[in-house]
Design a protein around this ligand. Structure first.
Ligand code: SAM
Length: 229
C-alpha cells in the first residue's frame, strides 16, 4: 500500500530494526508500512476512538499482520509499557494534544529512544516541550502535500543546546541545514502571525494590544531572518 508523502517522511525517521509505536494510528497505515518494509521488527498501534480503531483492525487483518502489529484501544501512551518500543510516533494532531499525551505517561516517554512528532499546529510549543523535558531535536523535515506544509520533528534523549527563541518557531535543524522549503516555511509563519495580529488589532483590550505588539516584533525578526537565506 503506497504511503502518503507525509507518512513516508515520518517513516524515514523511525529507528530501524526495532519496535515502534504509532499513537493515534487511525487506519494503521504507518505501522503496516513499517512492518511490511522491514523497517520495524514489530509495531504497536494505539487508538482512542472506536471508529478509527475498527478501521485499523480491518486494515491490519487485510494485510495479515496481526502477529506483528498489536492494535490497542486506549488513551495516548497508556496503551504502552515502558521500554516496549524504541520509537514513539505521534502524528496528525495539535501540539497541545501531543504534549498532553506525553505528559500523561512520563515513564513510557523516558524509556523511549526516539520521539517522532508531526504537529498539525503549534510546532513551536512542541519544540519547547522537547527542550524542557530534555529531548534534543536530531532531525527535522518539511513536506508539502496537497498544498499543506507539514513539519516533522525527531528527538532523542539529551539536552537541547541553548538557542535563539525564534528557532523554536523555525526549527533549529531546518535552519542549520537550510532546508529547501525554509523560506516558504518562514513566510507561512509570518502570514499566520500577521493574521493573528490583524485580529488582535480589532480588540481594544490592553492584553490584546500587548500581544499584538509582541507578535509584530516577532514578525519583524522573522522577516530579518528570512533575508539571511
Ligand atoms: N496518525 C495518523 C496520521 O498522522 O495520519 C492519524 C492522524 S488523525 C488526524 C488523529 C488520530 O488520533 C485520530 O484517529 C484520533 O482518533 C486519534 N487520537 C486523538 N487523540 C488521541 C489520544 N489521546 N490517544 C490515541 N489516539 C488519539
Amino acid at each position: 500500500m503506497p504511503l502518503s508523502k507525509r507518512l513516508s517522511a515520518i517513516a524515514q525517521l523511525v529507528i530501524p530494526g526495532a519496535g515502534v509505536a504509532d499513537i493515534g494510528t487511525d487506519h494503521a497505515y504507518l505501522p503496516i508500512y513499517l512492518v511490511e518494509h522491514g523497517v520495524a521488527t514489530h509495531a504497536i498501534a494505539g487508538e482512542v476512538n472506536q471508529g478509527p480503531y475498527l478501521a485499523a483492525q480491518e486494515t491490519i487483518q487485510r494485510a495479515s499482520l496481526q502477529s506483528s502489529i498489536s492494535l490497542r484501544l486506549g488513551n495516548g501512551l497508556a496503551v504502552l509499557q515502558p521500554g516496549e518500543v524504541e520509537t514513539i510516533v505521534i502524528a496528525g494532531m495539535g501540539a497541545t494534544t501531543m504534549t498532553d499525551i506525553l505528559n500523561a505517561c512520563p515513564a513510557v516517554v523516558q524509556a523511549a529512544k526516539r520521539l517522532v512528532v508531526q504537529p498539525m499546529i503549534g510546532a513551536a510549543l512542541m519544540r519547547q516541550w522537547l527542550a524542557k523535558h530534555r529531548w534534543a531535536i536530531c532531525a527535522e523535515e518539511l513536506i508539502i502535500e496537497d498544498d499543506i506544509l507539514y513539519e516533522i520533528i525527531a528527538a532523542e534523549p539529551g539536552e537541547m543546546p541553548a538557542m535563539n527563541p525564534l528557532l523554536y518557531e523555525i526549527g533549529p535543524v531546518l535552519w542549520r541545514q537550510k532546508h529547501p522549503l525554509l523560506e516558504y516555511h518562514i513566510t507561512q509563519i509570518i502570514k499566520q502571525y500577521t493574521r493573528i495580529a490583524e485580529n488582535l488589532k480589532l480588540s481594544k483590550t490592553t492584553e490584546a494590544a500587548e500581544r499584538c505588539r509582541q507578535l509584530v516584533k516577532k514578525i519583524e525578526e522573522l522577516e530579518e531572518w528570512r533575508t539571511c537565506l
